[in-house]
Design a protein around this ligand. Sequence first.
Ligand code: NDP
Length: 790
Amino acid sequence: MEYSPAPENPALAFEWLEEHKSKFGLFINGKWCKAKSSKVFSTDNPANGKKLASISEAGKDDINEAVSAAKRAFPKWKALSGHERARFLYAIARQLQKHSRLFAVLETLDNGKTIRETRDIDIPLVIRHFYHHAGWAQLLESEFPEHTAIGPVGQIIPWNFPLLMISWKVAPALAAGNTVVLKPAEFTSLTALLFAEICEQIGLPPGVLNVVTGPGHTGSLLVKHPDLKKIAFTGSTGVGRLIREATADTDKKLTLELGGKSPFIVFEDADLDSAVEGVVDAIWFNQGQVCCAGSRLLVQESIAEKVIERLKRRMAKLRLGEPLDKSMDMGAIIAPIQKERIQNLVDRGKKDGGSRGDGSTVWQWEGILPADGCYFPPTLFTNVAPSSIVAQTEIFGPVLVSMTFRTPDEAVMLANNSTYGLAASVWSENINQALHIAPKLKAGVVWINCTNQFDASVGFGGYRESGYGREGGHEGMFEYLKKKESGITKKQLRFSERPVTTQKQEGGVALDRTAKLYIGGKQMRPDSGYSLSVVNADGSLAGEVGQGNRKDIRNAVEAAHKASGWQSSTPHSRAQILYFLAENLEMRTAEFRNRIMQLTGVPSKQAGLEVKTAVCRIFSYAALADKYEGLIHQPPMRGLAIALNEPIGVMGLVCPDEAPLLGMISMLLPAIAMGNSVVVVPSRPFALVATDFYQLLETSDVPSGVINIVTGDSAELVTVLAKHDDVAGLWVAGPEAECTDAKKFSAGNMKIIWTNNGKQLDWFDNLQSEGREWMRRASQVKNVWIPYGE
Ligand code: NDP
């Protein structure tokens, strides 16, 4: 039997375009206006190449206006009660629901994705997002009592899920009390403009949401605008890096949701029919233009032939064509340029398989592509080498690569063999095995026996070069909040005015006086052979410490990686070890008090208080180690999503000068309590406090390599840590220049960064220097989706 055409009627959408004479302006301060430059660009239907509308291109003056509108609107919007904001979000949800068919059709026309997907997946999820976040607005004061809105935020979204990305960004931002300037992608601005109309209709106060259309350049103007307090971006890792660098010398908050090359792992005991259907959803959903697409199929060797054969059979049945036809599985690719990119990568993949002989073969859907429009056939590469270009590069098209594995360990190794870490799917009827594998995967989302599941209550976001920050759920709300004013005012300075000298260590005499570095549980001489003098407050020489360099940092990072057992140890056992550490420090109170007194010149009472507070802080994190638990989300499905708080991995900690013991402890303890291993760069002028501290570590139960201490010039070592690809997180409590370098140079592998933005913290104040906020900074959330039932 043949399928008959089942077209969705697009009349409503064309009427809407007609009403606007197919011309659209910018939405700024609650009003529609032309771009100051009068520049326009056109948006086309990818399914037939026909023009849909002309759209204004926002330039610098327009961005300035939009940002100042958002800035003006912020205080009032923030001051509304949660309930009042909730009513607006709720009204948006209702309106979206009322116009859902118009939104679905318009999205399909502008993007080329099938109506089946916009109608049944995108728009219902958008609506759910606004309802869910109306709830967070309502509960903001009780659920996040210590937090408050950030300010006006800039949001830049891609073309693959235009309206859905609006909801992921706008709903939490508004719920938290922020105002927004939104830039949709150039290819797909229409639903953003219709969304702005909806906001206008429900009476959202002017300036709370502003929509500025335009190309990448418009986005970069937003990124650079000094009055925006946060940038939320979804798109390519390349642009994500540019944004990281462009905001390095600011205190803008950043969430980056970037690319992926997600593994889809099928074990031999999986339900193969379901798994094959899962592959279809994983890679051919939205023509594979999905950041979390399951684009790498890893199949256990024993079933590989069977799976590939079934997959080809299923592929042959896929229906590809007019996106408005309700019986189509796949629609059009967004634009010719994207199609060309996919084709180039496929050609390179074929070449790899042929000329370089990696043994891969390629198989493509053999149906007839529509004559007009921008279509690409579903494509399968089998038996690819893990290092080949098609196995490593995000193709962002309907291209699947497959490879085999023998053991679960090999599956994990292959799965993690990517610079990305957005999502992963695990297919096995053995739930023990699946749950054993999930925590080992470097990915922000793991779907067990399912794929591409999304919900407003479940955070989404990546590890590694897939970016950082989460969108959705409880964890996503933090991205649009900051801790309430904490009295951080003074500029952070290094105590550089002290006379310090650098000395070459000749022979053994000087070495004996020099406190060495502490790497892998051992005292190590610095590679440079140089030492730095440490002077007391009265100017006398207190001692010398090693001048660590790039090589020492490398060794320390390697040692930290070897201590990965710490990460998998139970929080209970980590807690025991930390309690013991606190006990040991307490026993040496007098020694540390004297050291602090002599070095910093503070009175004995103050130095004693610093040690006492440090002991207490270690106790607090020992206590928190097994209490910073995840959440269980209940998305609307038969199943659960478990939000696990996982350590970041190996972290660099560059410590402050003020309160040298307490400052270091306050950064070190949350990091290790959470299971990270660390490379500590202690305060340069008071480094002897840190070298005294490692003597304490030597008699503690903290495993070797968990804490490594490299003394030296922090300004230099920040850069080394920021550039190091095997460091996953970096915290800097130092002057502005060091904070900027940390952000700027960390864009390579998209480290998770926290800095004090050059402002002093009060390390004695528990509110700002201790607690769950620090555990949150030291962790990343992995959501594991577990469906149940038959
Ligand atoms: P981009 O990353 O270029 O675009 C994403 C958004 O950022 C768009 O709104 C874009 O505007 C804007 N933008 C572009 N350049 C800048 C800049 N310098 N500063 C600020 N904003 C900017 O993705 P593309 O659309 O070019 O797609 C290229 C590749 O990116 C795809 O092949 C895919 O691999 C990946 N991608 C990943 C996505 C994901 O969800 N992770 C989504 C989209 C793409 P405009 O569209 O107007 O140029």
